[in-house]
Design a protein around this ligand. Structure first.
Ligand code: AMP
Length: 431
């Protein structure tokens, strides 16, 4: 029979690689929570309308990349391709605005897009991100960028480029879209087929085309930064000044448009040189109209989302070591058949305080030592050996080889004492 394999564009996480992911996740939680964000977990699938109405029907995501399927009653569902739409839906549905004027949340989880798998692009990938719902102040745009920046800094990534732009709002964007359309119509012959179609319905989407042929046309397109109304220009200026004061270098990028329709005003991306073509670690921006587009009251918002696969891969390429502080591991091994019966009760006692594992059957000391080393155990507890009296065990430190007989009656007390003398193994470090 043919063996069943994982779906193209997905992958299993295990072993050392998973340890790196957990380190990244812990860092995200720590930085986000210290910055006043609370975790939110929304469902993996939602009704398809949520995404087509927020991300926009003319975007690549909605047109080509969503995993959409009918459920058994024929309702159209979609595996979430991004996090923001769900967060805003949850904010409205759970009446979070009643509880607080400003909601600050973060999320970590899998997202799904039917894209061509390649380096840095998967069909199930993972993002973390934050959203601030309620305020319009540039302070929160800058804070969002700063939180993303400090998460990257906390996992050892430097050499970051923050690209910042603005897509204006409903008062200045229409005039720009007119100017852009006129320009694009003039270059219609040079555009790809899909861009020619979009030119009629949603010319802004031509700017984030992934088609090779569109590159030159997009590069020479007029910039929205020159068309911003006074209040959008002032907002952008405030974001820039706040970033300057916070010591976060950034570059204005007139061509920055992101592949989703819901953005207003601020848009940004953080890039790392090491990533080559797919150089964005993540990005985000402000979406002051999104809550209304989803049927709620006007609720300004700003957020970012970052790709975890890309962050892990840059850290790997730069050989940055990510390690969690390791807790003491104890291995319990019976050396006789009789002693095997004591293994589980002793493990349960030890597990109340430490990480402990044991073997079911007696084996020779050499095999046990090999296993202890392989698993990175700090202490070995040998039961039923010739050297230990009944009702006692031989405890061996694996770092120094020191050993002593301890009475099982005083197991926890003695191990506490011995453990306090073992240096904390593998504290978090970067090399
Ligand atoms: P976006 O929501 O498209 O702005 O994506 C934000 C970030 O998520 C990107 O900068 C990438 O780091 C990551 N990302 C987006 N799509 C994928 C994908 N298909 N595979 C891996 N990472 C992705």
């Amino acid at each position: 029979m043919t063996r069943i394999q994982a779906i193209r564009g997905t992958k299993d996480l295990l072993g050392d690689e998973l340890a790196r992911w957990r380190f990244l996740e812990e860092t995200v939680r720590a930085v986000a929570e210290r910055s006043g964000y609370e975790e939110i977990r929304t469902p993996i699938f939602e009704s398809t309308d949520l995404f087509s109405r927020s991300i926009g029907t003319d975007t690549d995501i909605v047109q080509k990349e969503m995993y959409t399927f009918p459920d058994r009653k024929g309702r159209s569902l979609t595996l979430r391709p991004e996090g923001t739409a769900s967060v805003v839906r949850a904010f409205l549905e759970n009446h979070l605005a009643r509880e607080r004027p400003i909601a600050k949340v973060y999320y970590i989880g899998p997202m799904f897009r039917y894209e061509r798998p390649q380096k840095g692009r998967f069909r199930q990938f993972h993002q973390f991100g934050t959203e601030v719902l309620g305020p319009e102040d540039a302070f929160y745009d800058a804070e969002t960028i700063a939180v993303f920046h400090s998460i990257l800094g906390s996992v050892g990534l430097g050499d970051l480029t923050v690209r910042l732009g603005s897509v204006g709002d409903e008062s200045c964007r229409p005039a720009y879209v007119e100017r852009l359309s006129a320009y694009l119509r003039g270059r219609r012959e040079d555009l790809s087929e899909i861009s020619r179609e979009r030119l009629e319905r949603n010319p802004l989407r031509v700017l984030d085309s992934k088609e090779e042929e569109d590159r030159a046309v997009v590069r020479e397109a007029p910039s929205i930064l020159e068309d911003l109304c006074d209040s959008c220009a002032k907002h952008l200026d405030e974001v820039r000044r706040a970033l300057d004061r916070a010591g976060i270098p950034h570059a204005l990028d007139a061509g920055l448009v992101r592949g989703l329709d819901y953005y207003t005003r601020t848009v940004f991306e953080i890039h790392h040189d090491r990533l080559g073509a797919q150089s964005a670690l993540g990005g985000g921006g402000r979406y002051d109209r999104l809550a209304e587009d989803l049927g709620g009251p006007r609720t300004p918002g700003v957020g970012f989302s970052a790709g975890m696969e890309r962050i892990v891969s840059v850290a790997e390429e730069l050989a940055i070591r990510w390690e969690m502080p390791r807790e003491l591991r104890i291995l319990v091994a019976p050396l006789s058949e009789r002693a095997s019966e004591e293994v589980l009760p002793i493990l349960l006692r030890l597990r109340a305080r430490w990480r402990a594992d044991g073997s079911a059957r007696p084996r020779n000391l050499k095999t046990v030592l090999k296993q202890a080393n392989r698993e990175g155990a700090g202490l070995l507890l040998l039961l039923g050996g010739e050297e230990s009296a009944p009702g006692s065990a031989l405890v061996k430190r694996l770092d120094s080889g020191e050993q002593e007989n301890i009475l099982l009656d005083r197991l926890e007390e003695r191990i506490e004492e011995i453990a306090s003398r073992i240096a904390a193994p593998g504290a978090a470090r970067k090399e």
